[in-house]
Design a protein around this ligand. Structure first.
Ligand code: URA
Length: 247
């Protein structure tokens, strides 16, 4: 076999793997879609879910709607309280346990950790370089959290956040924002970094321990208000594109 032919064959993957890897359908659903003649490859109705194709070259569509045969998978999860931001744990449930089995096998990992009791936006992907870019302090990707504290937030807390705090344990925090909301035990915190328990530690240092924490956004990616805690969905093409532009 020529090197070119070998390379071309290596680029081939099963149709059901490509479609289920988008997170939109399970393998069983893909099988049904193909059986019903709803999947086309380069305009031709696909015959079998196990047919092989080059995802970079083929034009895939379901019900006439183009589907990106992307190499990586990107899911938005509304992390509920009580699960770990980890890929596996011998004793406790992790965010991956919230996914169906075919998506647990793709090597997905959470981009950045939320504490076990923290809720909200968590991106799951197997795109390592994107994960690094989103977490790199150099990229200054803002993370916005809704927070509730025991006590009342005020302008002095916001000023301390803005100035950049150094905590008693020596942790130096970059300038951050704290907007006090109408209910003064609640606020919006914007961080440009993600140190261990950072929001909780900053507010504990102000004498106002956090009682509830939820991440609302990460850079250009905002938690979908239609996602209930524990629910997930694939990122839309627009969401993937803005993340891709983070450079
Ligand atoms: N800050 C915290 O204290 N906890 C989180 O989960 C995220 C940010």
């Amino acid at each position: 076999m020529t090197v070119e032919k070998e390379k071309a064959e290596m680029a081939l993957e099963r149709l059901d793997k490509i479609l289920s890897g988008t997170g939109r359908w399970s393998r069983r659903e893909v099988k049904e879609l193909v059986k019903a003649g709803r999947v086309t490859v380069d305009g031709v109705v696909a015959a079998r879910p196990e047919d092989k194709l080059d995802r970079a070259a083929a034009a895939l569509a379901v019900d006439g709607e183009p589907v990106d045969g992307e190499k990586f998978t990107y899911l938005m999860l509304h992390k509920p309280g009580g699960v770990l931001s980890a890929t596996e744990d011998p004793r406790q449930p992790t965010v991956l346990d919230l996914l169906p089995p075919h998506l647990r096998r793709l090597g997905l990992f959470p981009v950045g950790r939320l504490d076990k009791d923290t809720e909200g936006l968590l991106l799951l992907t197997n795109d390592g370089p994107l994960g690094h870019r989103l977490l790199s302090p150099k990229k200054h990707v803002d993370k916005v959290y809704f927070v509730r504290v025991a006590g009342t937030l005020d302008g002095a807390d916001s000023a301390a956040f803005r100035a950049g705090m150094t905590l008693e344990d020596g942790l130096h925090c970059l300038p951050a924002e704290l907007e006090v909301l109408e209910e003064p035990d609640t606020g919006l915190v914007t961080l440009r970094e993600g140190k261990y328990h950072q929001v909780k530690r900053m507010l504990a240092a102000r004498g106002k321990p956090v009682t509830y924490l939820k991440r609302l956004s990460m850079g250009p990616l905002a938690l979908d208000p239609d996602l209930a805690p524990g629910a997930w969905r694939p990122l839309t093409r627009e969401e993937r594109e803005v993340l891709g532009k983070l450079g």
